[in-house]
Design a protein around this ligand. Structure first.
Ligand SMILES: CC(C)(COP(=O)(O)OP(=O)(O)OC[C@H]1O[C@@H](n2cnc3c(N)ncnc32)[C@H](O)[C@@H]1OP(=O)(O)O)[C@@H](O)C(=O)NCCC(=O)NCCS
Length: 154
């Protein structure tokens, strides 16, 4: 089941994301980040079992959102879980009136399925880069920027 994350799940979310950050696919998040932005996060669990998937929709600016921290446990990948998490984020983005979603990823093939298109870094608003200076990858970021226009009917 996909649902909004709950406050007691923050330590488990941090550990979960930490496993993916070791190979560079996901940026690590501090507890302060997670508590402050918990309302961004969706989780996937089966019954009362362990955390198996996560994704977040973060609001950046007027009309602009970011999908971040999309990850599924290796044991449960290729079952459509990440796709459902991304669709949930996009549904919320539409519901609250966002017009564009961007993300930075090492797996553009996955996000192309939803209509995201690769763009150049210069195409993104400067506000997007505000978090970058605090990132472990700064300034040698290898992530690929992608954008989805929610007003184009995709
Ligand atoms: C990328 C990731 C989130 C996909 O999760 P998932 O639940 O396996 O994805 P889905 O089952 O919804 O995949 C649907 C389709 O997307 C594509 N896809 C999935 N993972 C992919 C990958 N790693 N690379 C390229 N395409 C991929 C496939 O076409 C797949 O369909 P198929 O299984 O019929 O071939 C998962 O591999 C993961 O957690 N990776 C490590 C963290 C990461 O890199 N996250 C993205 C950074 S923002």
């Amino acid at each position: 089941m996909i649902r909004k994350a709950k406050i007691h799940e923050v330590p488990e979310i941090r550990r979960f994301l930490g496993k993916f950050s070791e190979d560079g696919g996901i940026l690590p998040r501090t507890l302060a980040d997670l508590y402050g932005q918990l309302r961004d996060y969706y989780v996937y669990r089966e019954d009362q079992g362990p955390l198996l998937g996560i994704a977040a929709l973060h609001i950046c600016w007027a009309g602009l959102g970011e999908i971040r921290s999309v990850a599924v446990a290796p044991t449960h990948q290729r079952r459509g879980i990440a796709s459902r998490l991304v669709q949930t984020c996009l549904a919320e983005a539409r519901a609250i009136g966002l017009s564009e979603i961007f993300l930075l990823t090492l797996v553009p093939e996955f996000f192309q399925r939803f209509g995201f298109k690769v763009v150049s870094r210069e195409d993104l608003l400067p506000i997007v880069w505000a978090d970058c200076v605090n990132c472990v990858k700064f300034p040698d970021c290898d992530e690929i920027p992608m954008v989805l226009n929610l007003e184009s009917g995709i």
